[in-house]
Design a protein around this ligand. Structure first.
Ligand code: FMN
Length: 234
């Protein structure tokens, strides 16, 4: 499921706060995809969440999060919007390759996927499977690609270790792809509204104004790290 795909079947409503039902619907679809039942059951026990960050704003802050993100992390939306998502890993041991992958992904929109040591708002440690990719929603008046970073998180603490079995990693990756595609149209609407809001508020001196939206938004291709496929290779 690499690369651009059509948003024509995706829901059209624009409010990210309403995304949870679409995530649930995506998970229902997965059940009939022929995934082995034991894996499905443990995946269904995970709490998936969606987060959006704006790479054109200083320090790439979160601009929207789903209800599931707040449930997963224990943070209120008001507390975290406008902040870089690193608050989840501060003080935790993060592999240098993962950190580099996240930084590259956040800047370029290239794909990153990894299992991270994160902390909830109440200080509880958890294993967070993070899948990040950029969604290009249109072109600015200056002819530049306008994209946002979409993060999908899942609590995989029950696995007990960041080294998930290969099959489980691949299923999680598959689910992240399905959720992303399922949510694409809604995400595009939110992204454009957010960008226009930033322009109207004078952020970046109005550089974001006059976005010409793509008919179909496009996922940014490529891996943040050349050896990213090692994640899927165990
Ligand atoms: C949309 C989005 C979601 C992210 N979600 C998480 C997350 O759930 N957990 C995490 O540890 N880092 C997450 N990050 C990564 C951090 O924001 C940051 O890129 C990472 O900590 C590396 O940068 P730093 O070394 O400057 O902190 C996310 C980034 C983006 C853009």
């Amino acid at each position: 499921m690499e690369g651009a795909s059509s948003a024509s079947d995706a829901p059209q409503d624009a409010d990210l706060h309403d995304l949870q039902p679409h995530i649930d619907a995506a998970l229902e679809r997965i059940t009939v995809d022929g995934i082995r039942s034991v894996v499905v059951r443990s995946i269904h026990d995970c709490h998936f969440s969606v987060s959006i960050a704006d790479p054109q704003l200083p320090d790439i802050p979160l601009v929207a999060v789903s209800e599931g993100f707040c449930e997963l992390t224990g943070y209120d939306r008001e507390t975290i919007l406008g902040q870089n998502c690193r608050f989840l890993n501060e003080g935790r041991e993060i592999k240098s390759s993962d950190r580099e992958g996240m930084r590259i992904s956040a800047k370029t929109g290239k794909h990153f996927c990894g299992v991270l040591n994160n902390l909830k708002a109440d200080g509880t440690p958890f294993l967070n499977l993070l899948d990040m990719r950029g969604l290009s929603v249109g072109c600015t008046a200056a002819g530049e690609e306008r994209f946002f970073i979409i993060g999908i998180q899942a609590d995989v603490s029950e696995q007990g270790s960041a080294d998930l079995p290969l099959e489980h990693k691949m299923q999680m990756q598959h689910i992240a792809n399905v959720i992303r595609d399922e949510l694409m149209a809604s995400l595009q609407q939110v992204a454009i509204v957010t960008a226009e809001g930033s322009a109207a508020a004078g952020v970046l001196g109005g550089v974001l104004g006059n976005i010409t939206p793509y008919e179909d938004p496009k996922w940014i291709l490529g891996e943040a790290l050349e050896n990213q496929m090692n994640f899927l290779g165990g």
